[in-house]
Structures are given as C-alpha cells and as structure tokens.
Design a protein around this ligand. Structure first.
Ligand SMILES: NC(=O)c1ccc[n+]([C@@H]2O[C@H](COP(=O)([O-])OP(=O)(O)OC[C@H]3O[C@@H](n4cnc5c(N)ncnc54)[C@H](OP(=O)(O)O)[C@@H]3O)[C@@H](O)[C@H]2O)c1
Length: 488
C-alpha cells in the first residue's frame, strides 16, 4: 500500500520524500502545478536533486495533481479511486507559513485550517485511517515554562494568526473519530540541512541571514578590518532559540512513522541545547566581520545617534523592519518537553547549530543567491509513464498484469495490463503480487532502443520465474516498440 504525502515540494516534505523512498516506502504525493511546471515536473526536479546528492537512481512517487485548499483537494475522480484502492496512510505536511490574516476564509486559514479539514474529509471518504499530521510546537502560543507533548487546549493566546490556524487545525485532527491512528509531529523552528546548508525556502533564521548577506558587504570596513553595524536589538541576547535542522526533523519523523508502536502520540522536535540569540549573532558577526550590535540593557555610547553614517542608519532601519515579522519569537521561546521523541528517536541526535553549521547556511544562501538561482535539472526527454500510455492498444485476448518501477530521470511506478497485441492499460503505482520489473531509466531506454539486448532486463523481475521473466520482457519490449524518440 502507498502513503500519501502533502507538501512534498516544501522543505520538510522533500526530505521526507527522500528518506522514505531511500527506506523503500511506496509513496504518492499531492502536488499543484506552479506557474512554469506541471506537478510531475516539480517532483522530477526534486528527485533529480536527491539523485545528484546520493549518486544513485531513485524510484519516483506517484504524482497526483491537487490543491489542498479545495474540497477533496480538487483531485479527479480517477485519482480519488486510485487513493481508495491503494493508500492506507497519509502524512499531511502542506501548510502556508504566512503569519498574519484574520479573515478565516483567506490565508493562512484557507490552507492550514480548511486544507486540514479537506484532508480529513478525503481520508474519511477514501478509507485512510492512519494519519500523520505535521503541526508546530507553537500551537502552545504564548506560554511560560515547559510545554508538554500531550497538552493543547490551555486557553492560550497566540503570537500570530499562523499559530492559531495551526492550533485550530490540530484540534480538528485530534477530533477525527474515523481514524484508527493519529500521530502528531510538532517541530520548533526549522532551518536548513546541517550537513549541506541546503534550504529551498528562506523563512525564519534565513530571513536574517539573507538580510545580512545583502546589506553588510556593501558597508566599508573600518581601520580594524571590521564593518560597524550599529543595530540596537530589543532583546537581551540570552534568549534561547529553538532552531532545528531539517535533516534531523525528517530523520526523527521517518523513525516514528516506521514504528507501529510509536503511533498515536505527539512528538515535540526541539534542540537539546538551544543556541542563544547572542551566540547566533556572534557567529554571524564573525562570518561577516562586523561589530556594533547592542542588546537591550547595553548602555548607548555617547552621542550615538549623531555618530551614525547614513548607510549605518539605513542598515539599522532595514534590519528592524525585516525583523518585525519574527519579533514575537525573540523575547519568548518556550521549553518543549520531548519525552516521546526521546523514547522513540532519542539516539538520533539533533545537530547543534555551531559555527560550522551556521556558516554553512550562509555559504549555501550565497551560492543559491538566496533563492534566485534556478534549480539544476534536466527535463526528461522521455517520461516512461507517457511512453507507456502512448502505446496502449485495444484488444480482447488473454492478458496479464505487470508492474514497472523505473528509477531515475523520467521514471515511473505503474501497473500495466499487457497482452500479445501490446499494452492494454496503464495505471499509477505498483500492485501487490504481480511481477515487477525494477530498472533504471537508462537501462530501459537502452534496451528499447536496441543498444542492449532484451535479455539484460530478464534478471530484474521480482515475483516471477526466470522463464516468465524472459517472456514478459519480450512482451514489454515488443509492446513499447521502437520509435525515433527512444532512439534519439
Ligand atoms: N518551517 C518551519 O519552521 C516549521 C516549523 C514548525 C512546523 N512547520 C510545519 O511543517 C510543515 C512543513 O513546513 P515547510 O517548512 O516544509 O513549509 P514550506 O517549505 O513552505 O512548504 C509548504 C508545502 O505546502 C504546500 N502547499 C501549500 N499550500 C498548498 C495547496 N493549496 N495545495 C497543495 N500544496 C500546498 C506547498 O506547495 P507549493 O510548493 O505548491 O507551494 C509546499 O509543498 C507545515 O505543516 C508547517 O506548518 C514548519
């Protein structure tokens, strides 16, 4: 059976996609098209990134076009039938990280609250009973002291509408009486990949890093080789910051997801030793060779205002304006109890946000031109799913079901009904107990174009005898036929 994932194009979702595919899970994703790319191409681009990182071909998830803000995710009837027959678990990670909006029919409510309601309706109607829901640690709102994993409704107030929309959405999930299992993940503030610095979104910590990278290098250096950035901060610098790298979030979620005994609990994800604001700023100052940050309570130098240059004044102003969005998190960041997380994933240590990791984030942001770089990818010349569908013939004769799991660029997981006359139908995903051919895109096309013998595929079948594999290979190759496109 398949697991359906929403939000697979997001930061957390793309790591879950990688980690779960590497562990052999069968995945389907609900994705909307973007201005330039259809849903399949968006996922293909992400998969190619992972293939470059891991230097290996990976299977492709089944891609279902959908928009979570629409009832039933706006999924076609065919897609919905497929979900009813093939999916038994969901990871709902899609959300919008817009902080402000009171109108409950607009963002962030439309995606976070109504999107979750649509997710629950879809699960109820298609028989998905094992729910994994990505919430946020900040459903606790403004809270002093330690927040327990099992606490939710405490009459709290919130820093912003995003927190409240996620709180209301978590309440909906917990009230889903049709569900057999409800597992809730509550990450704190997610930042990039601790090992590579990678991120695909520039929220939270990255807003500050980007701002510094944009503004500081243009300031002249003083006689001591340092740039002076006289910012007056509205906090003491001793505040803990609950920042966690995305690779750790995904590793913990994958561990919990894979353990049936870990279901039905709530998991806080926060650092063991939160970095303080001052430590963070010191690491940034070191990177950018700056000095001059002042914290609440620091005495202002004499005639401070008059001593500032126009550039310095502008820097302070821009910093304060941009920082306003996150200001509510600067003075209060609670401590999150992690009993459940420690119990099931305590051996997966949360990487510290030290000098190396923080500088890696800034290096990555610079390389990525802070999100402006075009992602590297190759549009597949041939999508194997399209190729198979283009070969469908009409015939009435004895036929057989086979699965095809094509790894790598333009790959697909599909079930075909095949006969001597050719391919009779193609449906998404792999079915149980039918022979499955697992092959890389390159090897399949090499055989189809006649560059390699068909016999090369015969050893790549599962769930059938060697003789059967040879017959099925010949049938498949004949059904796909040669074409100029394949030869090219
Ligand atoms: N990032 C954090 O610091 C943080 C902290 C705590 C909890 N969380 C939670 O973690 C989850 C994942 O966050 P993230 O950081 O990965 O966010 P993200 O990078 O902004 O990704 C959001 C994902 O949701 C999808 N999405 C949004 N609206 C959609 C719609 N109408 N239809 C289909 N898909 C839609 C986006 O698709 P498109 O690519 O099409 O926009 C994207 O895949 C969210 O539930 C969030 O609330 C995040």
């Amino acid at each position: 059976m398949y697991t359906l994932i929403t939000g697979a194009t997001g930061l957390v979702g793309r790591y879950l996609l990688r980690d779960l595919l590497l562990n052999g899970h069968q995945l389907a994703v609900v994705v909307r098209g973007s201005r330039r790319m259809d849903p399949e191409a968006r996922i293909e681009q992400i998969m190619q990134y992972w293939e470059r990182e891991h230097q290996r071909s990976l299977p492709r998830p089944v891609v279902i076009e959908g928009d979570i803000s629409q009832p039933g995710f706006g999924i076609s009837e065919e897609g919905r039938d497929w979900i009813s027959r093939n999916v038994n678990r969901i990871i709902h990670s899609a959300a919008i990280l817009e902080f402000f909006g009171k109108d409950r029919e607009a963002e962030p409510w439309r995606t976070n609250y109504h999107g979750t309601r649509h997710m629950l309706d879809l699960c109820r109607e298609t028989g998905i009973r094992d729910l994994h829901y990505v919430s946020t640690a900040y459903v606790c709102g403004l809270h002093d002291g330690i927040v327990q994993e099992d606490s939710l409704e405490r009459g709290q107030t919130f820093r912003n509408d995003y927190e409240e929309s996620k709180y209301e959405a978590e309440k909906l999930v917990r009230a889903a009486d049709f569900a057999e299992h409800i597992t809730v993940y509550r990450p704190a503030v997610i930042c990039g990949d601790s090992r590579t610095g990678y991120t695909n979104t520039y929220h939270g910590l990255f807003v500050y890093l980007r701002l510094m990278a944009m503004l500081i290098p243009s300031l002249p250096k003083g006689p001591e080789g340092l740039r002076v950035t006289p910012i007056r901060l509205k906090f003491t610098g001793r505040e803990p910051r609950n920042l966690i790298p995305v690779d750790w979030v995904s590793a913990v979620m994958t561990r919990v997801f894979e353990n049936p005994d870990a279901r039905d609990l709530t998991y806080h994800m926060a650092p063991d030793n939160p970095i303080t604001s001052r430590q963070l700023i010191d690491l940034c100052s070191e990177y950018f060779e700056t000095t001059g940050v002042m914290y609440e309570g620091d005495p202002l130098p004499e005639a401070w205002d008059e001593s500032l240059t126009e550039d310095q004044r502008m820097f302070d102003r821009l910093f304060q304006d941009n920082a306003d969005t996150y200001a509510a998190y600067e003075s209060t960041d609670p401590k999150f109890d992690m009993t459940n997380t420690k119990r099931f994933a305590g051996d997966i240590i949360c990487p510290e946000l030290d000098r190396t990791v923080l500088h890696r984030f800034i290096d990555y942001g610079n390389e990525d031109r802070w999100g402006k770089r075009r992602p590297e990818w190759t549009k597949p010349q041939i999508r194997v799913g399209d190729l198979l569908r283009s070969r469908i013939v009409a015939a009435e004769e004895s036929s057989q079901q086979i699965g095809i799991n094509v790894l790598g660029q333009g790959g697909v997981q599909a079930t075909l009904v095949i006969a001597d006359a050719g391919i009779l139908s193609v449906s998404p995903g792999l079915s149980d107990s039918v022979p499955v051919l697992t092959v890389t895109h390159e090897d399949l096309l090499a055989v189809l174009s006649g560059q390699k013998p068909a016999a090369d595929l015969s050893s790549l079948w599962d769930q059938c005898s060697a003789e059967q594999a040879a017959v099925l290979t010949d049938k498949l190759v004949a059904a796909c036929g040669e074409s100029d496109a394949i030869r090219a």
